[in-house]
Design a protein around this ligand. Structure first.
Ligand code: NAG
Ligand code: NAG
Ligand code: NAG
Length: 429
């Protein structure tokens, strides 16, 4: 009797031991499992947790068709593959460079000012300047091709409505106009929420912005592997000499000082403000003058292609404020210094002079004083961050100014988001 009992005891002890081992192992594997599945969250990065694998967004149907190109469009697309200019003068880029993208349309008198201010920017010769053109204008092209102060890469939006005189994305003879009713006039097009049909001149800006974003981040061989920030400026932004160095400081402080900041800005979101002059950093709503962000943020934006492309507003910035940023689920702040490093100077908005009737005339004379403190980087890494909460401005719920109701525009926009993401169809530049 003793023996079996002993065995039984031994058996029980073994079983106890085994269950301890089992519980420990399950605990460890559960922990491992949690660690693996959560590796994207809290510790690593709080909100911007997408994996940067260059994959298409969730509901992507891989396949796209772009409008038939004409000779000019094809020719410009070929030019986009040319290497940057001035490689002989600036053979290498600084390791931590912030790429600058300047997007331009057809205001050469403004562009001259911007290029002149850029030539005085400290550190400009360490980086690559990409100039993205909406349409082709010889006098605009000349200003850019004369730049000698850094590497310059020119790209031209090959589907700009300005390149197509007889067909979409330009105007085609069968298109509806103004408030035409398609069934009565037997014309083509979908009116916007206010009953107006598309106007190629008006839609060109949003198309260009979206094409450019997709091309710079995902298309160009010069930048599709860029891991740092990219700064975006426009042809009517006056850039101060300290802009680049300030931005380098801001982007280096951003994740530490302001985890809620998606971007760093050269200028306040209120375009009329020159800043507060405080001894502090400022976090506030995203502005549209001199904004910069990295690829993590681009991936988040790209995932919202549908929101961007289907919102009935012809302004890219209002579209972002009303649909894309709110869809991130938390306030989207941008970090900046207390004094502006860029000023919007254009008196003629691109849309103001949109009709041929009332062209907006302005000789591009600017009266912006560059003070001593605008010439040296002045951002102190010891400063605290002052957050402006609940600022007024466009936000979720705004229904849009219209001008973006035509299905062809919406599809073209979606196709821009897809064109670098179909592996078999990759039309990488
Ligand atoms: C490639 O593009 C064509 C249209 O140009 C489309 O019909 C096709 O489905 C695409 N193929 C893939 C694999 O994405
Ligand atoms: C860039 O410009 C600075 C002066 O602002 C000069 O000292 C430096 O040598 C230049 N670097 C290159 C690569 O041209
Ligand atoms: C990009 O910026 C965001 C926001 O500041 C940050 O959370 C993220 O880690 C950055 N990504 C990279 C690759 O540096």
């Amino acid at each position: 009797m003793a023996a079996p009992r002993k065995i039984h005891l031994k058996d029980a002890a073994l079983r106890r031991l085994l269950s301890i081992v089992f519980i420990t192992l399950s605990g460890v594997s559960l922990l491992l499992f949690l660690l693996v599945t959560n590796s994207n969250s809290p510790i690593v990065s709080r909100h911007l947790d997408e994996v940067d694998d260059g994959s298409p967004y969730a509901d992507d149907i891989c396949g796209f068709s772009l409008p038939t190109q004409n000779d000019l469009s094809l020719e410009l697309e070929k030019r986009n593959q040319l290497p940057p200019r001035n490689l002989d003068l600036y053979p290498t880029l600084a390791k931590d460079h912030i790429v600058i993208v300047l997007y331009v349309h057809n205001r050469p008198q403004y562009l001259k000012v911007v290029v002149d201010t850029l030539s005085r920017v400290l550190g400009i010769n360490e980086t690559l300047l990409i100039v993205s053109h909406d349409g082709f204008f010889e006098n605009v092209n000349k200003i850019v091709s004369d730049i000698r102060f850094c590497q310059v890469k020119q790209i031209f939006a090959p589907y700009s409505p300005h390149l197509f005189s007889k067909s979409f994305p330009g105007v085609s003879p069968t298109d509806c106009k103004d408030k035409d009713v398609a069934s009565e006039k037997n014309c083509k097009g979908n009116p916007d929420q206010y009953g107006n049909h598309r106007s190629p001149k008006i839609v060109s800006l949003k198309h260009h912005w979206w094409w450019m974003m997709n091309t710079v981040w995902d298309g160009l061989k010069e930048t599709r592997g860029h891991s740092g920030h990219i700064l975006f400026i426009e042809e009517d932004h006056f850039i101060f000499p300290n802009a680049y160095r300030n931005l380098q400081i801001l982007t280096s402080l951003k994740s530490k000082k302001c985890p809620d900041c998606y971007a760093a800005n050269l200028a306040p979101s209120d375009v009329n403000s020159k800043g507060e002059g405080w001894e502090s950093l400022i976090a506030e709503r995203m502005g549209n003058v001199g904004y910069s962000f990295n690829r993590t943020v681009w991936r988040k934006i790209h995932k919202k292609a549908r929101e961007f492309c289907f919102f009935d507003d012809y302004n890219w910035d209002i579209t972002m404020w009303a649909t894309v940023y709110p869809s991130f689920g938390r306030p989207v702040y941008s970090l900046r210094g207390p004094r502006t490093s860029a000023v919007h100077f254009g008196k003629c908005g691109l849309h103001q002079g949109q009709g041929e009737k009332k062209a907006c005339i302005d000789n591009g004379m600017v009266d912006i004083k560059v003070e001593e403190y605008d010439k040296v980087p002045h951002i102190n890494s010891e400063w605290d961050v002052h957050i402006f909460k609940n600022q007024p401005g466009y936000q979720a719920g705004f229904k849009g100014w219209g001008g973006w109701g035509d299905n062809r525009d919406r599809q073209l926009c979606l196709n821009f988001a897809n064109m670098y993401h179909c592996r078999n169809n990759a039309s990488l530049l």
